[in-house]
Ligand binder design. Structure first.
Ligand SMILES: [Zn+2]
Length: 89
């Protein structure tokens, strides 16, 4: 009976205050950070805004290589996210 509850871009979904989210710098430079709940600051303190990117997509390119996305190492560390870019177990 589950309907697909994937987040749709532009649709606001209730957030758990402890949930990590992938957010984007407000500077529009394709640098991504992590934030908890509805915070507008990343874990590293950067000002951020929402994205439609799922946590699962952290560290993965959208496929558009011209964007040169970057993923905040500080946020990854603070959020306990394994980027896969360093040591792979
Ligand atoms: Zn950050």
């Amino acid at each position: 009976m589950k309907h697909g509850c994937t987040a749709v871009p532009g649709e606001s979904v209730p957030v758990n205050p402890d949930d990590l989210r992938v957010v984007e710098t407000v500077h529009g430079t394709w640098v991504y950070h992590l934030a908890r709940g509805g915070a507008f600051r990343g874990l590293c303190g950067a000002l951020v805004m929402n994205t439609a990117i799922l946590l699962d997509g952290w560290g993965r390119s959208s496929g558009n290589t011209s964007l040169r996305e970057r993923w905040c190492a500080e946020c990854a560390k603070l959020g306990g996210i394994k980027t896969g870019l360093e040591s792979r177990e």
